[in-house]
Design a protein around this ligand. Structure first.
Ligand SMILES: CC(C)(COP(=O)(O)OP(=O)(O)OC[C@H]1O[C@@H](n2cnc3c(N)ncnc32)[C@H](O)[C@@H]1OP(=O)(O)O)[C@@H](O)C(=O)NCCC(=O)NCCS
Length: 322
């Protein structure tokens, strides 16, 4: 049996870091309001030369180096984004060219904030067929480009960034208990109007801006995330006591606290980066995972649960042994 084993992580952030206080000079808001309601203190905002693809390339290069590979070793790129460089071709192919990979399979996945979880399940399935050996799974976004900067209820919540992981297909003996143990995804398209972008190629012919009914999204998020994490643990044959770390989608510190509480997980086991990065949509889980791998919190052998929820709604979780 083949397992998809995590062998490297990387991340990248735009150079410009913006505090709540700086934002409050442009928008009718305050550091106190943002920190109290969301836990967010900073976000990074892409400059003119930074795009989803450049951030993805930098995160991917770091992940490939961490895995001890060279770019040519990669034979599959699955990139999750809701803010592609172009409507087409897929940003994954742009990243492929930037990395100098001559031939591989490369495509984008669109599931907004849970896009990285969708991408992980797709890559895991493709690696387990044995057809592909080494996959780059990337979450990369420049949400600053689709925010309505006049709308204080949304523009303070998001940031730009990218995270990437390398997954390698290994036979069970080589994997030695490591790898993706379970994935579980859901979608419920009836909730389109709670979190969406009011434009698109086939409707308005424009890119559009993000719109959200924050309070309703909040309510659904806690219920759905706790449920899908529990489901993924059952599939993996584990219980919440077995979990060393939860690496959640970083939307709001209150959602993280409430979800962990629902599962009976202590807050010390939850990786929190929302204070530094705000909500970077599909990038948030791999960004947080890379942060926790590099600062030594997540170690070899740990059981880690990834989870996310986003527009659609879509939501999902994955359990892996690092
Ligand atoms: C967005 C969110 C932080 C708002 O918090 P809330 O406690 O629900 O706040 P409300 O929307 O009810 O607004 C409360 C008040 O704050 C005001 N407000 C909204 N944004 C503000 C801001 N940036 N600064 C200051 N005041 C603000 C509102 O106008 C409202 O004022 P009013 O009572 O005078 O009408 C919260 O609903 C949330 O985090 N939702 C989930 C969003 C999310 O994570 N989405 C992504 C999922 S992928």
């Amino acid at each position: 049996m083949i397992r998809a084993v995590l062998t490297g992580t990387g991340s990248a952030l735009p150079v410009r870091r913006v505090s709540n206080a700086e934002l409050a000079q442009e928008v009718d808001t305050s550091d106190e309001w943002i920190v109290e309601r969301t836990g967010i203190r900073f976000r990074h905002i892409a400059g003119p030369d930074e795009t989803t693809a450049t951030l993805a390339r930098d995160a991917a290069s770091a992940a490939i180096a961490a895995a001890g590979l060279s770019a040519q070793d990669i034979d599959l790129i699955v990139l999750a984004t809701a803010t592609p460089d172009q409507t087409f071709p897929a940003t994954a192919t742009k990243v492929q060219a930037m990395l100098g990979i001559d031939d591989c399979v490369a495509f984008d996945v669109a599931a907004v904030c849970s896009g990285f979880l969708y991408a992980v399940q797709v890559a895991d399935s493709m690696l387990r067929t044995g057809v592909h050996r080494r996959a780059l799974v990337i979450g990369a976004e420049t949400f600053s480009r689709i925010l309505d900067w006049q709308d204080r209820t949304t523009c303070v919540l998001f940031g730009d960034g990218a995270g990437a992981i390398v997954l390698e297909g290994q036979e069970s003996e080589e994997a030695d208990g490591r790898g993706i143990l379970a994935t579980r995804l859901h979608a419920d398209g009836r909730h389109n109007d709670l979190l969406y972008v009011d434009g698109g190629p086939s409707t308005t012919g424009t890119v559009g801006k993000l719109r959200m009914k924050g309070r309703e999204v909040f309510r659904h998020a806690v219920v759905n995330l706790a449920a899908v994490m529990a489901e993924s643990l059952v599939i993996a044959g584990l219980s919440s006591e077995d979990v060393d770390w939860v690496v959640p989608h970083q939307a709001n510190a209150r959602i993280l606290d409430a979800t962990a509480r629902k599962l009976g997980l202590p807050p010390e086991k939850v990786v929190v980066t929302v204070d530094q990065h705000a909500n970077t949509s599909a990038a948030s889980v791999p960004l947080a995972l890379d942060t926790a791998m590099r600062d030594g919190r997540v170690r070899a052998g740990d059981i880690v649960v990834l989870e996310a929820m986003g527009g659609g709604f879509t939501w999902g979780a994955a359990v892996l042994r690092v």
